[in-house]
Design a protein around this ligand. Sequence first.
Ligand SMILES: Cc1ncc(COP(=O)(O)O)c(C=O)c1O
Length: 456
Amino acid sequence: MLLVEQTLEKTFKIAQKLIQAETEVPVLPYQSPEDLRQILDLDIQSETLSPDNFFEKLEQLILATPRTASHSFFNQLFGGRNLPALSGEILAAVLNSSMYTFKVAGAQVLVEQAVIAKMLDKVGYMEGDGTFAPGGSMANMMAMIVARNEKDLSIRNQGLRGQALVAYTSEEGHYSTTKNAGMLGIGRENVRMIPADAFGKIIPQELENQIVKDLEAGLIPFFINASAGTTVLGVFDDFEAIAQIAQKHHIWFHIDGALGGSVILSQKYRHLLQGCQKSDSFTWNAHKMMGVPLTASIVLFKQPNILRKHFSEKAEYLFQSEEDYNPGEQSMQCGRRNDALKVWAAWKYYGDEGYEARINRVFELSQYAANYIQKSPELELLQQPESINICFAVKGKSAAEICDRLDKEGLIKVGYGSFKKQKFIRLVCVNPDMDEADLDNLFRQIKKVAELETVA
Ligand SMILES: Cc1ncc(COP(=O)(O)O)c(C=O)c1O
C-alpha cells in the first residue's frame, strides 16, 4: 500500500532524476507514438501494482516525456522552471482546493483576489474584475461572452435570435478568436481577419473601413481583438488607435495579452502596452512570460462586478455564505483548480523588481539572438524582434526541414512559422534562466543540420 511519506519521497526522487536528466540529455532522441506505446506500459491493468512497480513505471514515463525546462527548448511560448511557482503548484495539488467557495478554499480565495487585484492595477483598470480561466483561449472566450452579452442583454437568457454579430481580429491574431466565435453562436465566418502591416501589426484604418462596411450592411460589430504579443512574431498592436475606433463605434475592445501581457511588469518595455488601460478586457497568461507552470490564465475586465452579471448561477447546495468570497459565481467552471497559488508564490518571492529583471532578461536574450543572426551571413533575420519571438531563415534552406531534423536527432526543440507567405524558424526566448551560451549552441546545431558547419 502507498504511504504518504514514501509517496512524496519517491515522487521527489523522480522529479530530481528528471531535472538531472534534463541537463544530460536536454532533448530526447525522437521516438514515434508507436515506439513509445511499445516501450511504456500504458494500458491500465485490472490488479493493483506494488508501490515499487508503480514508481518504476511512473519514472519510466516521466523520463520519456519531452523536456520543456531544458536549455535546448525554444519551441513554445512557455518553457523553463520557475522555482517558487513550482513550490506553489505542488502545494496546490497537495491542498486540492476547489476555487468556488470560501468555505472550501478559504485563504486561497484571498490569494486569488490578491493576484487579480495586482494585475488589475498593473493594467490600469481602476476598479475592475477578473478571474482565472483554463488557458488563454478560454480567457479570450470569457471576454467574448461578456462582449456578446453586453451588446444585447437579452442574449444570456434568450440566446441568439438572428442578431448578426461581427468580431474583428488581425490576420496575425491567435486562432482562438475564430474558434471561440464558432463555439459561441457567432459563427467563424463572422470574424473579420483584418490585414496586418509589414511588421505584423493590425492596420487600424483597415479595421475601421471594415467596421463601417459592416455597419452599412446592417450588421452588428461587437468585439475587437487586439494582440499584446502576436503568437508568431510577438508584436504589439497600436492600442491607442484601436481604442479610439472601438469607442467611436461602441464596440468592445479586448486585448489578448496571453503572450505579452507580462511585459507590463517591465518599466523598460511597458511602453509596448501603451493605451491598454483603454480596453474593456485583457487576457494575461502567467504561464508564458511569467514562467509559472501551465496553466495560469487570467482575464481582467475594466468594469467591476461584470463577471457575476454574466456567469453567476444559483446553486443552493454550493453557494451558501460569504457571497463576496465565492469566486465560483464569477467563473466559467464549477469545480476549479487553484492556479492562483503558483502565480502568487512566484510574485511574492520575486516581487515586482525580481519579475521586472526576469522580463528584461528575456528581452536581452532575444536581442542577443537577433544580433547573432544579423552577424551571420548564412542567416537572415525577418525583422527586429519587438519582444521574445525571433524569426529568421537559414538562407536557401527549408525552415520546416531544419526544425524537423533538430527534433528527430534529439538536438534542439524549435518550431517554424510563417508571415505573408514567408516561412521561417521561430525561436522563442522565454526562459530567463538560459544564457548566451545556450543560444550559441542553438545556432551551432542549426548550422550543423543545415550542413553549414561541422560540429565536433
Ligand atoms: C496571443 C495568444 N493568445 C492566446 C493563446 C492561447 O493561450 P492558451 O494556449 O493558454 O490557450 C496563445 C497561445 O499561444 C497566444 O499566443
